[in-house]
Design a protein around this ligand. Structure first.
Ligand SMILES: C[S@@+](CC[C@H](N)C(=O)[O-])C[C@H]1O[C@@H](n2cnc3c(N)ncnc32)[C@H](O)[C@@H]1O
Length: 356
């Protein structure tokens, strides 16, 4: 059960494509949203969480930091440039993203390696800092990885996180989705997201099966191996879907769009505070609880539970819960009916000699 001895999972679902990241417009590209996130994370609308972490935890730079699923490498570059860490070690599954990160590394003390976070093996007590930025929500074997991180971090080390913690695979409940749709009416039609649809599970499983795979389990799983010493949630339950992937809004002038964004953000804050929607994003800091690594009974239990949940998901085409499985079957059935309908229309048009 020791994390080093435990064998890595046989198969994991990993996306080989790299061009699905850093291409879409997200809500935090909008300056008003950035202010909102800063306010929620640090209590100051002009103070980003990285600066907050720098001021309060990095009086001396950390010696050796591990950066999970580093993508194009902006996080470790920023930590090194701000002298928050002396030497950064970072990995990602995508070779192309690693090449991009390596290209931009310059002469910074950063070491890159290619790895699958689900199969990662680390030596004990190597790091005094571990950084998770938008990484854990892509992890399939979350318990295994958190256990490995607890093993690899020094007793006095720090795990800092800024991640999506909302419903797994963005499958908002219907009640939640209706609230989002209602809030959408606050925006003038010209600034509404062109196709506001509840995230389509079947499509998500094809385009990126790792996306938010176990995001709703992140806090509980981290808390098995780490003490969460502080947690600052940003909302997002209402505003994230309305303000992301919204080209008309991104193109509009700040004078035109900002008052509308402010109204959506006010609704977001109100619904999050009232507990009507869950928080989607969180900045939280944790310290390792090493003694749990000696509790063999618990480790064995969590390991079995994870293996069992993966076995079930394998039988259910990669989804974990029964409601999600039923939704998937419905979507696949509907997709087949739509396909047959379009094919029939094409055939009929061909027989009648018309273009459909
Ligand atoms: C949302 S991006 C975040 C990247 C980076 N941390 C950032 O904040 O820009 C998620 C990253 O997880 C990586 N990833 C997905 N599955 C992975 C896996 N099994 N092992 C390692 N990296 C993985 C992707 O290649 C991608 O770079």
């Amino acid at each position: 059960v020791n994390p080093v001895e435990s064998s890595p999972p046989d198969c994991t679902v990993v996306n080989e494509a790299h061009d699905i990241y850093y291409t879409e417009q997200y809500w935090n590209d909008l300056p008003k949203v950035l202010e909102y996130l800063c306010e929620r994370y640090t209590g100051d609308s002009s103070r980003w969480w990285v600066v907050d972490f720098l001021d309060r935890y990095c009086s001396e730079p950390f010696e050796r930091g591990l950066f999970l699923n580093c993508g194009n490498g902006w996080v470790e570059r920023e930590f090194v440039d701000r002298r928050m860490v002396r030497h950064a070690v970072a990995f990602d599954y995508s070779q192309q993203l690693l090449e991009e990160a390596e290209k931009q590394r310059g002469d910074r003390a950063i070491t890159y390696f290619q790895a699958d976070c689900n199969r990662l093996e680390l030596e004990p007590n190597q790091f005094d800092l571990i950084v998770n930025v938008a990484a854990l929500h892509h992890v399939q074997y979350l318990d295994r990885l958190c256990r490995m991180l607890c093993h690899a971090i020094r007793d006095d080390g720090v795990l800092v996180n800024c991640d999506y913690i909302g419903p797994s695979r963005n499958q908002y409940s219907w009640r939640h989705w209706l609230r989002i749709r209602r809030a959408n009416r606050v925006l003038p039609p010209s600034l509404r997201r062109p196709r506001l649809r509840r995230p389509h599970l079947a499509t998500m499983l094809v385009t990126d099966p790792t996306e938010a795979i176990h995001s709703s389990l992140i806090l509980d799983t981290v808390a098995r191996y780490f003490d969460i010493v502080e947690r600052h949630d940003a909302g997002g339950g209402i505003a994230y879907e309305l303000l992301s992937r919204n080209p008309p809004l991104a193109r509009a002038s700040p004078q035109h769009r900002d008052p509308h964004i402010e109204r959506v953000l006010a609704l977001d804050l109100e619904a999050t505070r009232a507990g009507k929607v869950p928080p989607l994003f969180s900045y939280f800091i944790a310290r390792p609880r090493k003694r749990v690594l000696k509790d063999e009974a618990r480790l064995a239990y969590w390991q079995r539970a994870e293996a069992e949940s993966e076995r079930v998901a394998e039988r259910r085409r990669g989804v974990y819960s029964r409601p999600q499985y039923l939704r998937l079957l419905f979507q696949l059935g509907l997709g087949r009916i739509q396909y047959l309908w379009h094919r029939a229309k094409r055939r009929l048009a061909a027989i009648l000699g018309r273009t459909p």
